[in-house]
Design a protein around this ligand. Sequence first.
Ligand code: SAM
Ligand code: SF4
Ligand code: SF4
Length: 345
Amino acid sequence: MHPGSMSTLDRFDRPLRSLRISVTDRCNLRCQYCMPEADYVWLPRESILTFEETATLVDAFTSVGVDRVRITGGEPLLRRNLPELLEQLAAKPAIADLSLTTNGVLLRDQAAALRAAGLHRITVSLDTLNGDRFRELARFNELPAVLAGIDAASRAGFDSLKVDTVVLRHRNDDELVPMIEYGKSVGAEVRFIEYMDVGGATHWSMDAVVSRHEILARLASVYGPIAPVEGRDSAPAERFRLPDGTTFGIIASTTEPFCAACDRSRLTADGLWLLCLYARGGLDLRRPLREGATRGELAQLIATVWSMRADRGAEERLGAAAREAFIPIAALKRDAHLEMHTRGG
Ligand code: SAM
Ligand code: SF4
Ligand code: SF4
């Protein structure tokens, strides 16, 4: 434990603070950089944690330092009765920040219920403002639904909306400025994400990555000088300000990773705890939970495993010689837990 706080520190003194919980591995889109294959093997239904089980694990995590929880997937809004889980989590005083990442397709109908359940913040993933391109990138013609979802979230009172855009060379890299302008028009902060070679990114190549450096140069050529916003802490996004005051973020996980301050871990929908986005394996928490372990025993297990953590996956990938997709398709087909849509991004 860190003196004076409840945080548990790993081998690089990084606290355990932020937990991303995937509530389903299913998705209603098929983004090229995440789920490009024809078929997927899904987690067995009986292995999916119930809301009560998830809440018990969250109690164990918060007792050893977690105070930020993000709900993700697959597509989290596909999980039936999700507001019930959010209500349970929002009632826990130990959680200072409760957020959700969604593709937005189902958001229009759910935004008000998510707000009423106590969710604090929403991030919507949106890679293009062009309908034809949306269908090419995500297989389904859902751009109007996503835009309506963002609008509904704003009207439901989510006032710190974020829009996350994965930038892909020759696919949507001509939309940096339109995305910034769209963000301004709906009061959302846009964050550009470098294409990562994780999980289902089986078509990944360095040529398709548009780097933080290039994104900044292109935006500066249109808007003028860009200033960094101070005070980054452990957030994966670095924030910047345009001359007119508009802020935006860049998540440079591929070319300038930020593992040194990483306080994030991930829980899959079936209770596998992953200490790094690039981890090849994790700790099965479902088994002890279903075998009757107490919250204290689970907390002890979590703290012990975190204290041995030395992961810095993205930094290690930087040193990879001929860099290609991290996980070959054959390995992905054998183990669904290696998929990005299973680990929650
Ligand atoms: N389905 C939801 C969504 O798309 O927002 C939540 C899960 S998705 C796996 C979470 C985030 O991971 C999304 O913002 C998505 O763009 C991002 N992501 C998936 N594959 C990626 C990749 N290869 N490189 C960078 N970001 C990726
Ligand atoms: Fe796209 Fe998210 Fe679905 Fe992956 S999980 S295919 S990023 S919408
Ligand atoms: Fe954290 Fe692993 Fe991502 Fe590095 S690669 S920032 S250690 S999750």
